[in-house]
Design a protein around this ligand. Sequence first.
Ligand SMILES: [Zn+2]
Length: 484
Amino acid sequence: MNTQYESVIGLEVHVQLKTKSKIFCACSAAFGCEANENTCPVCLGLPGSLPVLNEKVLELAIKVGLALNCRISERIKFDRKNYFYPDLPKAYQISQYDMPVASKGFLVVEIKGDGGVLTEKRIGITRAHLEEDAGKLLHEGIKDGSWVDYNRAGVPLLEIVSEPDLRTPEEAFQYLVSLKAILQYLEVSDCNMEEGSLRCDANVSIRSIGETKLGTKVEIKNMNSFRAVQKALAYEVKRQTKAVESGEKIIQETRLWNESKSETFSMRSKEQAHDYRYFPEPDLVPFSVASEKIETIKKSLPELPKARWDRFKTRYGLSDYDAYVLTSDKILGDYFEACIQEKADPKLTSNWIQSELLALLNAGKIAIGDSPVKAKDLAGLIRLIGNNTVSGKIAKEILPMMFETRKSAETIVKEKGLVQVTDLKVLEEAADRVIRANAKSVSDLKAGKKQALGFLVGQVMKETKGKANPKLINEILTQKLPIQ
Ligand SMILES: [Zn+2]
């Protein structure tokens, strides 16, 4: 008998908050400095040093909590999470145990279905709590031991924990995309996975469909992209299903994702909260956050992805899906709006960004923020299409040249003589030549086979080396060859 299983997934996302200094000392939180350059007695855990909370960190955490529809804790308390590891100089991490900054929120995630149809799913946010990051151990290329870099020790992190509401690896991926978009819009983090400013661990278990109890969960770590999270979850769901079907028991453990082998392997059995002997941090007394302060932060929240998505639909007349794609990444949305400010047609711009520009960027693994074609130049190209200076077909050849040379569309059109032919006499002559050379298609069209018209238009485009205006050719041919 075949049992059907479903997966139950929850995600823990560590976000590095974008502050100049660390969470409990004045050291710089910048990435990419000399090893141990950004350290002091506090973040090195030297005896007698005392932590002081960076107020900006709390403000950013409250911002995230509000954007995720959470309840903001009136009382802020920090706790010590005790464990010994060389990257943790104090042998405890200052974190928040039972009173997180934010709790009981939710995030509405768009799940992409067949044909790009989007459906909404509400994913619960259990909590978001503050903690300090640990240092970094360096093993590679070092003989006789390891080195440690404490630059990252004390860098502020916000850990966002979701409810186990996600049911498929694809949903987990979409949750991460939506969460990252909100963090980008709030400008609270660089959200750069390569530099470690966004990290994700996943908890996954399976159960037979209809079962309400949770199965034994496995934690997966070491995934360095959203796609890796999706792949690791898909692998793990398969592994657990196979194990259960062959009568094995799933053990609660932590597994690591190996990207090159595309599989997870066991690292250690999972520790429980009591293993960490949490207790209140005696060096940071609990304090209250004034409700006025929370209100002020609430009022300062920027336009978030969902609101911008709605605005793109109503103001620019974009489809639901197009508006979603353009607003799911803040920088992409900014790029689009910068084009509109340069008087480019919104719908054309949306199409050109999503098909031509993103294809070129993806092929070169270039982020939209680093695009060699700036928004004002793409807008320039789109204006040339709009006022019939170049055909869409030629424009598709111009864009890669702009990409390559960083020249404006106007310059390339002038240099290469690519101006669209709209001279009726020239077009009619070209049409006549095509009519003479394609007797079969001509008689097909006259007999009412409309697809022959498309072929003939294509031939005239060829005849004019793509520089003709297809709409004009269409009109000329229809006029010359009426259906009989
Ligand atoms: Zn420090």
